[in-house]
Design a protein around this ligand. Structure first.
Ligand code: FAD
Length: 538
């Protein structure tokens, strides 16, 4: 059960976690397991911001060792290199841990990364990096392999790439794709709730004040038109790209405001049907602006991305623009010259803004390291911890680090409990998507049960974040309506609300994902056929 706002009025918690993306969810889960009383609030739906809009890759650490300038950088900046190396090692361990604890949420693929002349990296450096990260151990699941330029030219993956005769080295290793980060976030929240945490979506923190050794927070509850004041001994600010807004709110009338912590970097992706030569592999290259360009399989289609551009626009409404999609399609066609993708072959697209750590000299964020926890007591805001650049792949590690930070200022009021990393507490959520993929049929009873127990407010919440149906194989308008009608009784929707929800879902798919929901299954099939791709002549 969600606590009502009135039931929360004047309640005291050890920790208030603000932001219900993957990092807030994991923090709430790990804090509850440590014995803290926790309240987590999210102003929209859980996992509806960056967590639901990523490239979905569980990186194995080697990519973080790639030199930004010259391969000899580490001789000039040995401490920086050692820090990077330590972080990569930790990520490599997280990667192995995730693979063994939660395999149900991972799709694993061979990844091909070509290096060209003047690419700044030689074979022995790659081998040493792999050796240091443990990829060459027998127990490693990364299947690391390095091909010389000559050997690489015989590989199908290499022959798809522009200038493949110029490839000097090619790496092949196994990386994983998160099948469904939104659901991982929800699972962590439900596990936190099982351990006693209170969680609430559609609840915004709209005021913060430090009084009498505690934080007082004003919560406002969306269309409930209600508010409540709660108390917390410590605050964890996991609001992603909103972290600075929250800090300004917390600073109130402090004369010295906290310094900027995050910079928003927008990234987009698009999906298309590619020829069979692309099946079953991830290919990672670089676009002409020298940022990464990945081509990744997804349910019979492939997606390309991400772009990486500083973003100053409206963070409440982020969608891929024509210009951005055109740019990415052109880059995909440039890197894979046989592809010849046209704009009308783009099936689906999405955009997100990640909160990288602010750096005054780097417009796309601090190049050093990944997740950073800022202790704001140094800037006049005691017992307040803020996260920047917390990725999905290290959310559990970040959560453990946040628990350590909180422990330094406040002891848990309760007893520790065992947490669970088991994939979906609610197996039905997984089954709804799987069944649709296997048989093409919808299990409406399962969707109704989830709508009843997992706090969705809208059809978008259900289809994107409760059951795995919005990301394809895509639903027809008839199917969307049948789901809305099925969940209507448990969500107390009348006929008018059902129609509004269907229209909102169709509008959301159009504006946020550039996808026109076909009205019927027949229309859907002809749409699938017309966007199929031809074979590439290798
Ligand atoms: C294009 C792109 C590609 C990426 N690729 C990868 C990848 O391949 N692998 C990987 O590991 N990571 C990737 N990431 C990064 C990853 O998605 C994010 O860093 C991560 O999801 C951030 O999670 P979070 O919980 O910190 O923030 P978010 O998911 O952004 O959640 C923050 C939440 O705080 C809420 N909030 C804000 N203000 C308030 C308030 N006042 N009150 C209550 N709630 C509030 C927001 O509504 C939001 O839901 C990518 C990100 C992008 C954008």
């Amino acid at each position: 059960m969600l606590e009502s706002l009135s039931a929360l009025q004047e309640r005291r918690f050890d920790v208030l976690v603000i932001g219900g993306g993957i990092n807030g969810a994991a923090a709430a889960q790990h804090l509850a397991a440590e014995g803290y009383s926790v309240l987590l609030v999210e102003k929209g739906d859980f996992a509806s911001a960056a967590t639901g809009r990523s490239t979905r890759i569980l990186h194995w650490g080697i990519r973080y060792l790639a030199p930004e300038k010259s391969p000899w950088e580490f001789l000039r900046h040995p401490i920086g290199f050692l820090k990077k190396f330590r972080e990569s090692l930790v990520l490599a361990r997280e990667y192995e841990e995730f693979r063994s604890s939660t395999p149900d949420y991972l799709n694993s693929y061979p990844v091909f990364v070509p290096f060209f002349k003047n690419g700044g990296v030689s074979g022995w450096q790659l081998d040493i990096a792999a050796l240091l990260l443990g990829a060459r151990r027998k127990s490693s699941s990364t299947n690391y392999r390095r091909y010389s330029g000559r050997a690489a030219r015989d590989l199908e993956a290499a022959r798809l790439i522009r200038d493949h005769s110029q490839i000097t080295q090619l790496l092949e290793f196994e990386d994983c794709q998160f099948a469904w980060p939104e659901r991982m976030c929800l699972d962590a929240l439900l596990d936190a709730q099982r351990m006693g945490a209170c969680i609430r979506n559609y609840t915004r923190v709209s005021g913060l004040e430090y009084r009498d050794g505690r934080w007082s927070a004003l919560l406002e509850g969306g269309d409930e038109a209600a508010s409540a004041n709660v108390w917390a001994s410590a605050i964890v600010n996991t609001t992603g790209v909103w972290v600075d807004e929250l800090l300004r709110m917390a600073a109130g009338n402090l004369s010295d405001k906290p310094t900027q912590k995050a910079v928003g970097i927008k990234g987009i992706h698009f999906m298309a049907k590619l020829p069979p030569e692309f099946d079953g592999k991830i290919i990672v290259g670089r676009n002409r602006s020298n940022t990464q360009l990945s081509c990744i399989p997804w349910r019979g289609l492939h997606y390309f991305g991400p772009t990486e551009v500083p973003y100053q626009g409206d963070i409440e409404n982020v969608s891929p623009t024509d210009e951005e999609v055109t740019f990415l399609v052109n880059e995909a066609n440039h890197f894979f010259p046989g592809l010849g993708l046209k704009m009308d072959q783009v099936r689906f697209a999405w955009a997100g803004v990640r909160a990288k750590t602010y750096h005054p000299e780097h417009s796309v964020g601090d190049p050093a390291g990944t997740a950073r926890i800022h202790d704001l007591s140094l800037e006049g805001l005691p017992k307040l911890f803020t996260l920047t650049w917390g990725t999905i792949n290290q959310h559990r590690l970040t959560a453990r680090r946040l628990v350590e930070a909180v422990k330094g200022v406040h002891a848990p009021s309760g007893k520790a409990k065992p947490l669970s990393y088991q994939a979906s507490i609610n197996r039905k959520a997984l089954l709804a998507g799987e069944q649709k993929q296997r048989s093409g049929k919808l299990d409406l009873s399962c969707i109704v049960e989830i709508a009843r127990t997992e706090y969705p407010r809208t059809l978008v919440d259900i289809l994107f974040r409760r059951v795995d149906l919005a990301w394809g194989p895509f639903l027809s308008g008839d199917e969307v309506r049948s789901i809305a009608e099925a969940v209507a009784p448990v969500l107390h929707w009348n006929a008018e609300r059902v129609s509004t929800e269907v229209e909102s879902f169709v509008g959301y798919m159009r504006h946020q994902h550039r996808y026109e929901v076909p009205m019927s299954a027949e229309e859907q099939q002809s749409d699938d056929l017309s966007s199929s791709a031809r074979n590439i002549a290798l």
